[in-house]
Design a binder for this molecule. Structure first.
Ligand code: UT7
Length: 329
């Protein structure tokens, strides 16, 4: 049997739109307060895409930064995977537009829809394809414009989410020289359409006058259920890594940026100090599939990815779907 090709991350990128939507701005459109939002979530502001931007425009900026970081030309890419639930349109895939805009002339591409777990799942798909020898260089992007599916009259959801994109270039560890892929996990528990979803626009509730009138094209969420689920699986995912590798090996945890209180509760359950977590939720809110790669790039820039130490990335969200990505930097 031919051995597996070790995989690494050659480059990381991120992009967030210019426009900031602060808690004070939200106080003017919905019955909420800066105090409530900060206490319950840790969020102070989030970014909102300009009207002329689409999801592939955000993805393009993040991808260009990741390719520059990797010192790789887009023409070297074999595959482009875009993790998103707010693509440019239901089809064709946003990855096809992104590949075209990048000039990734040799690449195939597809989208992966796993909401907040999207980047973590797509990274495992990419790494597996490189390990097997099928492909050499794969771009994985997590990109979302959640503001286009948020109901700004629903305070349960509109304060939590923002727009952005993050990207990683996977290649052989030999070429990348860092960010060794050690594995991960992908889990799901179906039947949770009522907990966190964009109810209409698919085959269950096709677009009609009534779905529009009932605001069914906007995101709906039962926040408390998601809160409990998120704390439980975050703790389980990290505990599994600690059991296998030992606490001393872990350099930093870069979780899905869901809610500061969820992160704090999970870390308390695990028994690890908060200084082992990288969080930027105060500035961007929850950006779904974009949250882990944006945080990963920022953790890199902040010098939080320590040579030889593990980077643990737990993610969880709609589905319910959850999993983790594990790298050694
Ligand atoms: O990637 C996964 C995506 N999901 C998430 O990120 C959501 C995870 N869940 C959460 O982050 C939290 O559950 C929330 C932040 C959504 C809510 O926090 P909570 O501590 O679970 O509050 P709650 O749902 O128990 O609501 C408490 C109260 C309610 O009022 P009543 O019924 O007790 O009078 C809500 O109506 O807070 C009210 N409330 C708000 N008040 C001011 C809900 N949203 C707001 C708001 N501003 N934006």
């Amino acid at each position: 049997m031919v051995g597996l090709t070790p995989v690494g991350i050659a480059g990381l990128g991120r992009y967030v739109p210019e426009r900031r939507l602060t808690n004070q701005d939200l106080e003017k459109v919905v019955d909420t307060s800066d105090e409530w939002i900060v206490q319950r979530t840790g969020i102070r502001e989030r970014r909102i895409a300009a009207t002329d931007q689409v999801t592939s425009s955000l993805a393009l900026e993040a991808a260009r930064q990741a390719l520059a970081d990797a010192k790789m030309d887009a023409s070297e890419l074999d595959l482009v995977i875009c993790a998103t639930v707010t693509g440019d349109q239901p089809f064709p895939a946003t990855a096809c537009r992104l590949g075209f805009d990048l000039g990734a002339k040799q690449a195939g591409g597809f989208d992966l829809a796993a909401a907040c777990s999207g980047f973590v799942f797509a990274s495992q798909v990419a790494a597996g394809m490189i390990q097997s020898g099928q492909y050499r260089n794969i771009l994985v992007v997590g990109a979302e414009i959640l503001s286009r599916i948020l109901d700004y009259s629903d305070r349960n959801t509109c304060v939590l989410f923002g727009d952005g994109a993050g990207a990683a270039v996977y290649t052989s560890l030999e070429r990348a020289g860092r960010g060794e892929f050690l594995g991960g996990s992908i889990s799901m528990e179906g039947g949770a359409e009522g907990v966190l979803a964009q109810p209409a626009g698919g085959s269950r509730h096709p677009a009609s006058n009534s779905t529009v009138e009932q605001r069914q094209h906007f995101m709906k969420m039962g926040g408390t259920k998601v809160f409990r689920f998120a704390v439980r699986v975050f703790a389980e995912l990290v505990n599994n890594v600690l059991e296998k590798y030992g606490r001393d090996q872990v350099g930093v945890i870069v979780p899905h940026q869901v809610n500061q209180r969820i992160i704090e509760s999970a870390m308390e359950q695990i028994g690890l100090p908060m200084d082992m977590v990288f969080s930027n939720i105060d500035r961007y809110g929850n950006t779904s599939a974009a949250s882990v790669p944006i945080a990963l790039r920022e953790a890199f820039e902040a010098g939080r990815l320590q040579k030889g130490k593990l980077v643990v990335m737990p993610a969880f969200g709609a589905g319910m779907a959850w999993g983790h990505l594990l790298l050694r930097w």
